[in-house]
Design a protein around this ligand. Structure first.
Ligand code: TNX
Length: 503
């Protein structure tokens, strides 16, 4: 059968994450070369969001769409972004999108809601909208109304830049791809045994020495504070908050190799390029250790506009449990002294958690103790969301200690039913980590992250009652052509009947 060259009929049926409410009215709106984006009560911030949309639409359409301020509804044929008349119970990230044959109106209470709604507009246009070169139209969208807001406040992805280092442009691309699926937190795992990836001005050898290695002995690398600020600002423009992690007291060989005085025996170990875990520990008894942590957290806090600092705390197998507790309670006080909220992997539930510390569940039941103490929980169950796990035994990249995670496995679970004693109210949200022991390039990242990440985004955003694997599977198939246009090296999972790119 010849492959049809006509584009798929416009509809609201292929959105990921699935919106809260969809009401199609059966007509079409066509974006033409006279269209502009009109922004009402246009603050600089809202105009920036309009420009962001224009920049997404202009390359593929070949149009010269502008973002322009307006007071009141523009003439027909245009896109209208407004904060007026929106229901505040849609929250900070909610939006209402109304498409008629005459106009596209996106209304949100807050700028973040407009930004999320723009991702919906992109997905309602043909997949070719994501091309970087001009494509043939028509640029048709289905008409109707979408009302939408997230289930969880935290919808994150984590990138381990310590095992292998990734450049600023790589991280920016990762951020852009997260933004497409309405994710809002980027957790950067900035230090581990194999590498320290950010300049700390008061302890320069951390980056210079500790940053010079990687798994397998590659050259490593690190972000200067200017690089890091650039990443944070880029993410902020996409309403994504960067959450920096410095892992301690374990996972610290790179720091210990950089400064002999951080070691109990005053001898610096060699740099480490293997993939074992659990062998290193900061020296719990030394006062200098806490001076070091205070300096690091102080510089990190100054670079972090968001409220969170992640201090790791996982797999401290080379630290006695009583020492671990003493250590972590001091670290919690240091983080709070710098006016930040501490986040740690769920092992931190072993200490007395102070409000508003947050625990991240990955592989034990300790998160339950954290929830019992009133702490909020980020759900990252390894067997469901570890994007470094192979898809199936034939996947070349990745590990498999938590099992293989196919696209259906990744999608078919619910955060509130995952761990007894950790209920919906205790859950801040969902985060999918990509550990990079076996991941070396941006191509590798894309292969492991896509197509699992859109599923995690939907788990975090869409109402539990509306989620269904068969329905999701069909919607995901329509994202194949979109990811192709974005030049994403995604895994063509045989679980999905990928839609062919029809123009
Ligand atoms: C466990 S998850 C780790 C990481 C590894 C990862 C590999 C966690 C808190 N610790 O150090 O990179 O497994 O899958």
């Amino acid at each position: 059968m010849p492959i049809t060259k006509t584009a798929p009929t416009p509809s609201f049926n292929n959105l990921i994450p699935r919106p809260v409410s969809i009401d199609e009215s059966g007509q079409i709106f066509i974006l033409t070369n006279t269209a502009n984006i009109y922004v009402e009560s246009a603050t600089t911030e809202m105009l920036e969001i309009g420009r962001y949309l224009a920049d997404r639409l202009n390359p593929a359409t070949g149009f010269d769409i502008q973002a322009l301020p307006t007071s009141g509804r523009p003439m027909s044929g245009n896109i209208f972004l407004t904060a007026t008349g929106n229901n505040i119970d849609l929250g900070n990230e909610g939006y209402e999108l109304t498409i008629t044959p005459d106009q596209v109106t996106l209304c949100a209470h807050r700028p973040a809601g407009l930004f999320r709604g723009i991702q919906t507009i992109r997905q309602l246009l043909p997949a070719s909208i994501d091309s970087q070169e001009p494509q043939p139209g028509p640029w048709a969208m289905a008409t109707g109304t979408i009302r939408d807001y997230p289930r969880f406040a935290w919808r994150g992805a984590m990138l381990d830049v310590a095992r292998h280092f990734f450049t600023v442009p790589d991280v920016k691309r990762f951020i852009d791809l997260m933004a497409c699926y309405k994710l809002n937190h980027l957790h950067l795992h900035l230090s581990d045994d194999q590498g320290w990836r950010i300049t700390i001005k008061s302890w320069p050898n951390l980056a210079i020495i500790g940053g010079s290695s990687a798994v397998g002995g590659g050259p490593g690398g690190y972000y200067t504070q200017e690089d890091y600020a650039d990443i944070v600002a880029y993410a902020q423009d996409r309403y994504i908050m960067v959450v920096p992690e410095i892992d301690m007291p374990g996972h610290t060989n790179a720091a210990l190799a950089s400064y002999a005085e951080l070691n109990c025996d005053e001898f610096a170990p060699a740099l480490y390029t293997g993939i074992e875990v659990g062998f290193s520990s900061l020296c719990i008894e030394k006062e200098l250790t806490y001076k070091f942590i205070d300096d690091v957290i102080m510089e990190l806090a100054a670079l972090t506009p968001g409220p969170y600092i992640h201090i790791g705390g996982d797999e401290a197998l080379a630290t006695q449990i009583t020492a671990y507790k003493t250590f972590m309670e001091r670290v919690q006080a240091i983080v709070q002294a710098h006016h930040k909220q501490m986040i740690g992997w769920e092992e931190i539930a072993q200490i007395n958690l102070l409000n508003p510390s947050i625990a991240q569940h990955w592989c034990s039941e300790l998160a339950r103790n954290a929830a019992g103490q009133g702490a909020r929980i980020i759900m990252s169950p390894a067997s469901k969301v570890y994007m470094d796990m192979k898809y199936d035994p034939s996947t070349v990249l990745g590990l498999s200690w938590a099992g293989c995670i196919g696209v259906q496995d990744a999608y078919s679970w619910d955060p509130a039913l995952q761990l007894e004693g950790v209920s919906e109210e205790a859950i801040l949200g969902v985060e999918a980590p990509l550990w990079t022991e076996t991941i070396q390039t941006m191509q590798d990242i894309e292969f492991m992250v896509f197509p699992r990440l859109p599923g995690y985004a939907e788990i975090g955003w869409s109402p539990a009652t509306s989620r269904d694997w068969q329905d999701y599977r069909t919607r995901l198939s329509a994202h194949g052509p979109r990811l192709t246009r974005l030049r994403v090296n995604f895994y063509r999972s045989p679980e999905i009947d990928w839609e062919v790119d029809r123009r």
